[in-house]
Design a protein around this ligand. Structure first.
Ligand SMILES: Nc1ncnc2c1ncn2[C@@H]1O[C@H](COP(=O)(O)OP(=O)(O)OP(=O)(O)O)[C@@H](O)[C@H]1O
Ligand SMILES: [Mg+2]
Length: 316
């Protein structure tokens, strides 16, 4: 068969399959964009677990009028410029894939205003195609609304959980974003009902706003440095545990992620105190030289690799 180069509307849907698995992944991508935009306040509102609508409002730098459409083109990013930048990433995003992927499988309405602009601008897209544009009165920042997720990919809809299951994933994604960004005020609303709200005044406050009093009372603060790896955060007393790993949150250079060296270090420390299938509560923030980690491992950036995993294991 003849080989052709795929049209952007087709490959956006393909990368959407990797980046946008469910409402929680949309929430994560949109909030990470707001964080990269320097927002100090981010509000997330979902309707029907995000299956009907996800709205993220931030007070970040905004997007200029000329860039608003570009943001929805594949591989369009303001965050890196050249291949070498990949070895020293300081932002959560860098692939230029999230917005085109999300837009290709939903209806998006975005409005944004920069500090220099007199008015904001809006765009409405359907399945990635711009349908409407204009000016919008608003404060500096960005508001993006994603509705009818997967309306044009029925196969994906079939693999979603019940709304309760999807909502639990949304909550878990937001909880991690709050812990990873304790100096940003982040709130999650389920329609009008406030689910989480952090005040942006540090990790202890963020944990207290979300965990039960009993859990908070059983956490001990940590602050340790070894070989340039700084580990801060909280870990539960040796007598306190949960029945699953839901409450083990690892943050590497501000990014929530999974990594084998970190989880095995945590298990190693606690195995002398806890029985099998009892898990500690840990919120660990690990900081190290960005050139010593690779975040470009997976499309969702949920995993990181360390050039020296032993160093991180030993510090944790
Ligand atoms: N909330 C926002 N505020 C300001 N600029 C934004 C916002 N959301 C997106 N942008 C701009 O749109 C661009 C495209 O966003 P998109 O999420 O698709 O890519 P990215 O964040 O650069 O990389 P990734 O695909 O890894 O997330 C960003 O690089 C940024 O310049
Ligand atoms: Mg992004």
């Amino acid at each position: 068969m003849k080989i052709i180069k795929l049209d952007s509307s087709v490959y956006n849907k393909i990368s959407a399959g990797e980046v946008v698995e469910r409402p929680a992944s949309v929430v994560k991508e949109l909030v990470e964009n707001a964080i990269d935009a320097g927002a100090t306040k981010i509000e997330i509102v979902v309707a029907n677990a995000g299956l009907d609508e996800i709205k993220v409002l931030d007070n970040g730098c905004g997007i200029e009028k000329e860039d608003l459409k570009t943001a929805f083109l594949p591989h369009a990013t303001s965050k890196i410029r050249k291949a070498e930048d990949l070895s020293n990433i300081h932002t959560l995003g860098f692939r230029g894939e999230a917005l085109p992927s999300i837009a290709s499988v939903s209806m998006v309405s975005i409005k944004s205003k920069t500090a220099d602009a007199e008015v904001g601008n809006y765009l409405k897209l359907r399945g990635g195609e711009v349908e409407e544009e204009g000016i919008a009165g608003m404060n500096v920042g960005t508001e993006i609304t994603v509705s009818n997720l997967f309306f044009n990919t029925p196969a994906r809809l079939k693999f979603l959980k019940t709304p309760a299951g999807e909502f639990s994933d949304v909550k878990s994604a937001v909880l991690k974003l709050i812990f990873a960004n304790p100096t940003i005020s982040i709130s999650l609303f389920n329609q009008n009902e406030k689910v989480y709200s952090s005040d942006g005044k540090g990790l202890a406050g963020a944990i207290k706003s979300i965990f039960s009093e009993d859990m908070w009372q059983n956490l001990l603060p940590l602050n340790y440095e070894k070989n340039g790896v700084v580990v801060t955060g909280f870990a539960s007393r040796s007598t306190y545990f949960k029945m699953n790993r839901t409450y083990q949150i690892s943050i590497v250079n501000g990014r929530v992620c999974d990594n084998q060296s970190i989880s095995s270090a945590i298990s190693t420390v606690y195995q002398q105190y806890l029985m099998k299938r009892n898990y500690p509560v840990t919120v660990l923030s690990i900081e190290l030289d960005p050139s010593k980690i690779d975040v470009n491992v997976h499309p969702t950036k949920a995993e990181v690799r360390f050039s020296d995993g032993n160093q991180v294991f030993s510090a944790v």
